[in-house]
Design a protein around this ligand. Structure first.
Ligand code: FES
Length: 157
């Protein structure tokens, strides 16, 4: 069973009003929505825009600019592979291709059986042990093909 709530306009309004008094409330609101619903539903955009007196385009622009915000519910496991500079220089692109093949899912997507979401991330602060990943919130350094295979076995269980 999902640990997230189902989307509702009322709950969105409630979360918006929790942060509306802050200076620069949009990012905290989007994080709160993702925490509550597991993603930022498209249907939340007009509600936020109305409550904050912004255009839908402004809200949509922020939601799509930040890679942290999901546009659809995530799978049961979330594998994030770092694509920032240090990891690039240590060959993360080849590992990403390997992970896509091994997990049967393209970067940015969720497998058809809902088991795993594969997402890019931009620096985990683990550059010294690049290439790096985060698996369900756990940091993993010194990634290689064997480590990707082990992660795949773990998330497919
Ligand atoms: S660049 Fe990948 S962990 Fe810093």
């Amino acid at each position: 069973m999902s640990r997230h709530e189902s989307f509702s306009v009322e709950r969105t309004r409630e979360l918006v009003s929790d942060f509306a008094g802050l200076e620069g409330p949009l990012l905290p609101i989007l994080h709160a929505l993702q925490e509550a619903f597991g993603f930022v539903p498209e249907a939340a955009v007009p509600v936020i825009a109305q409550e904050l007196n912004l255009t839908r385009a402004e809200v949509h622009g922020v939601v799509t600019f930040y890679h942290d915000f999901r546009h659809a519910p995530a799978g049961r496991h979330v594998v994030k592979l770092c694509r920032a500079e240090a990891c690039q220089s240590m060959g993360c692109d080849d590992l990403i291709a390997h992970a896509e093949r091994r997990l049967g899912v393209a970067m940015g997507e969720t497998s058809a059986d809902g088991a795993v979401t594969l997402e890019p991330i931009y620096c985990l602060g683990l550059c010294a042990t690049a290439p790096s990943a985060m698996v369900d919130g756990r940091l993993v350094g010194r990634l290689d093909a064997a480590a990707i295979d082990a992660i795949a076995t773990e998330v497919e269980r």
